[in-house]
Ligand binder design. Structure first.
Ligand SMILES: [Zn+2]
Length: 310
């Protein structure tokens, strides 16, 4: 009897466990009709369901446009709850601007509800290319098998580098400005609000990561400058809190410039890889950014390999 009872209790506890997410993203108003949803600043985990990034949404006369769909059905539900905490309007459309898992791999949750998902064809082509790597990295971070993730692509794609959409009276321009954290990363620019959703082109609060074979530092640096030419008043970054352009410049633009300049000098002076990594890793100019201890040395290393191969 006692045995039966305790196994029943364990069963109940196991049932309850997947629901007990300690993590909840923060929703922050940026303009009258635009909100950011800020995920965890730390790495992806089972607890945050891969939602360690920032997304957001636009409230229009016709409903809500959600920019980014989270990493999994679990994180897609967190985004849905964040929208519901602010407005009763339904999600009318999802737009994908990023290629890394947590910006689009929650699509299936919205497509199952017949909510269309839109993206530039260029972004989707890169998502296809990166899918095996995204599956592997995500499942190793949150648990489970790569093949168990339900991955679906945008239901509507646009050719070319720019597509203007007017949804519920809000004008928005989907643009590819060049490769950034991932090839094919795009931005969503709202000209009237002077607001840009940058996806992983901008990392605020925490340090960006130069991923081997994926992030090309010089391309990213050039793309960041093009984004800055839009002169946004509001930047909703791919990671960290929304900000003005100066803050994005300080956290991401300046760091990319620093990597290219300092590693470039090191190569000019024929410093070898080991010495360069040792010396430049010890530079603490960007140690105010979270995760810098984990990432700065690796970023220097990757930048060296890329600039050396030019
Ligand atoms: Zn990211």
């Amino acid at each position: 009897m006692l045995r039966k009872l305790s196994s029943g209790l364990i069963g109940l506890l196991l049932l309850a466990a997947p629901l007990a997410h300690a993590f909840e993203p923060t929703t922050q108003k940026v303009t009258d009709n635009v909100y950011a949803i800020i995920g965890e600043l730390d790495q992806r985990s089972a607890d945050n369901q891969g939602l360690n990034n920032t997304t957001g949404f636009i409230i229009t006369a016709d409903g809500v446009v959600l920019v980014g769909s989270g990493a999994t059905a679990g994180s897609a539900k967190m985004l849905e709850a964040a929208v519901k905490s602010v407005t009763d309007k339904p999600i009318k459309q999802v737009i994908n601007i990023g290629v890394q898992d947590h910006h689009w791999m929650g699509n299936s949750h919205f497509l199952a509800q017949k909510i269309p998902v839109s993206a530039l064809a260029k972004t989707v082509a890169s998502q296809h290319e990166q899918e095996p790597m995204n599956r592997m990295r995500l499942s190793s971070a949150i648990g489970g098998k790569p093949e168990d993730l339900k991955v679906e692509y945008a239901s509507e794609t646009f050719e070319g580098d720019e597509k203007t959409l007017t949804i519920g009276g809000v004008e928005m321009s989907l643009r590819y400005l060049g490769d950034a954290h991932f090839p094919g990363d795009a931005v969503l620019w709202l000209p009237k609000e002077k607001l840009v959703f940058t996806s992983d082109m901008v990392f605020n609060e925490r340090m960006l990561g130069v991923l081997p074979e994926i992030s090309k530092v010089k391309d990213w640096q050039a793309t960041f400058k093009k984004m800055a030419e839009l002169k946004p008043e509001h930047v909703i970054a791919g990671h960290g809190a929304p900000s003005d352009l100066a803050t994005a410049q300080k956290n991401t633009g300046d760091y990319l410039d620093w990597l290219v300049t300092e590693v470039g000098k090191s190569l000019e002076e024929m410093e070898d890889l080991g010495d360069a990594v040792k010396r430049l890793s010890a530079d603490d100019k960007f140690s105010f950014l979270k995760l810098s201890k984990d990432l700065h040395g690796r970023n220097v290393h990757q930048t060296y390999l890329q600039l050396e191969a030019e």
